[in-house]
Design a protein around this ligand. Structure first.
Ligand SMILES: Cc1ncc(COP(=O)(O)O)c(C=O)c1O
Length: 379
């Protein structure tokens, strides 16, 4: 195994997710597209192309990646387009959704005839408990509420876009749709498509896939002229591989033992601190914060610490079945979605390599990072 840290995407696991997603799309007669914000390792796109035809972008760079590397124009949504970027974004987009009526008024004449125009709507209902991820919280900057829409939409608006899920089940979609339809279905006869956003975690083990298919079929029955689009990100890369790190030192203070690693939570696994959520570590068991310090020091219980100078760059605690030694691997499971797209080079810390474990067991290094990557971001 390599001595540098590495994110490893496993082809077999990726294909399993892609197959499930392609099956849902076919059975429910919807289009399911990849949200780049969660995953954009473009060297894997040829595999994606065997299963899906399109992607969703939230910026000019993501839209260019869609056209230039995925090979198809993007369904683009950004909270705000700029005068400098809008024409390039349109060139790379098949669909373009405006976040507000003022953005629509400013730019729609530069999009009309070149991409299908949509408007993001806010159903004022979301079951996402973590405010950082709730797009419908009061004061949200996302989408237009029903009371602000004119009875008759401008003729060139062809779709509504609505995103209000996060790692959600089919039951959440069912309850959310009641609100979406109650508030917005009166405009559906004027539309061609409805994009139900991301957050549909259909590849999670306990996700009720048949229920999702039934919900989508029901939508088709009620509005047969509407093309339904889902744009999950996490679901594609869910549990497709780990981040492999190594122990660099062991320190102890006030009875708390920390294994310092050659990776960082804030640089390489930011959602752990943001959400926050506790990642699984291979071969270790998560220990509740409330366990007594005494038992933590007498067992092989460790806080895992990042190699940045941010004091909070650690997480507690995991119980291992042996004493951790400098140089040994610590493997964080499920570290592919929302990691490689979000990493930073804070402190100049070495960025983990990117690798793909192929079906035949061969590990292909997609990318190493070095000093030049750090320096070139700031030249
Ligand atoms: C507009 C939009 N679409 C799609 C997604 C992808 O969501 P997920 O990765 O949770 O499926 C997000 C995530 O924030 C989003 O904001």
């Amino acid at each position: 195994m390599m001595k540098e840290p590495v994110y490893i995407i496993e082809e077999t696991l990726l294909r399993r997710n892609l197959q499930l997603i392609a099956d849902v799309a076919k059975e429910a007669d919807v289009e399911i597209i990849l949200a780049f914000k969660a995953f954009a390792l473009w060297k894997t796109f040829p595999i994606f192309r065997e299963y899906i035809n399109s992607t969703t972008a939230s910026s000019l760079s993501e839209a260019r990646l869609a056209l230039e590397e995925f090979g198809a124009k993007a369904h683009t949504y950004s909270p705000a387009y700029t005068d400098e970027e809008i024409d390039d974004i349109v060139r790379c987009s098949s669909h373009l959704t405006f976040n507000s009526l003022s953005q629509y008024e400013r730019f729609n004449d530069r999009v009309e005839g070149k991409a299908s125009i949509g408007l993001r709507v806010n159903p004022e209902y979301s079951e996402v408990g973590t405010m950082l991820y709730n797009p419908c919280a009061p004061g949200t900057r996302f989408g237009v509420t029903a009371d602000k829409l004119p009875e008759t939409l401008p003729a060139n608006i062809e779709g509504f876009h609505c995103h209000c899920h996060c790692e959600s089940g089919a039951d959440v979609l069912e309850r959310t749709l009641v609100h979406i339809e109650e508030k917005f279905s009166k405009w559906f006869p004027q539309l061609k498509w409805l994009n139900l956003g991301g957050g549909h975690l259909m590849t999670r083990k306990d996700y009720d896939v048949p229920h999702l298919i039934n919900i989508l079929k029901g939508l088709h029955e009620r509005y047969p002229w509407l093309k339904i689009i889902l744009e999950p990100g996490s679901a594609f890369a869910w549990q497709t591989g780990p981040l492999v790190s190594h122990v660099v030192d062991i320190v102890e203070d006030k009875g708390i033992r920390t294994a310092i690693l050659d990776v960082s939570f804030t640089c390489h696994m930011p959602d752990c601190l943001e959400m926050p959520y506790m990642p699984e570590v291979r071969g270790a068991e998560i220990v509740e914060e409330s366990s007594s310090l005494q038992s933590q020091t007498s067992e092989y219980v460790y806080r895992l610490g990042g190699n940045s100078c941010l004091s909070g760059d650690f997480m507690s605690s995991w119980r291992f079945d042996h004493e951790l030694k400098v140089g040994e691997e610590v493997i964080f499971e499920d570290m592919i979605h929302y990691t490689t797209v979000k990493t930073c080079m804070f402190n100049g810390i070495s960025h983990p390599a990117l690798a793909m474990l192929h079906k035949d067991g061969k590990l292909e290094i997609l990318r190493h990072f070095g000093y030049e990557d750090y320096r070139n971001r700031m030249d």
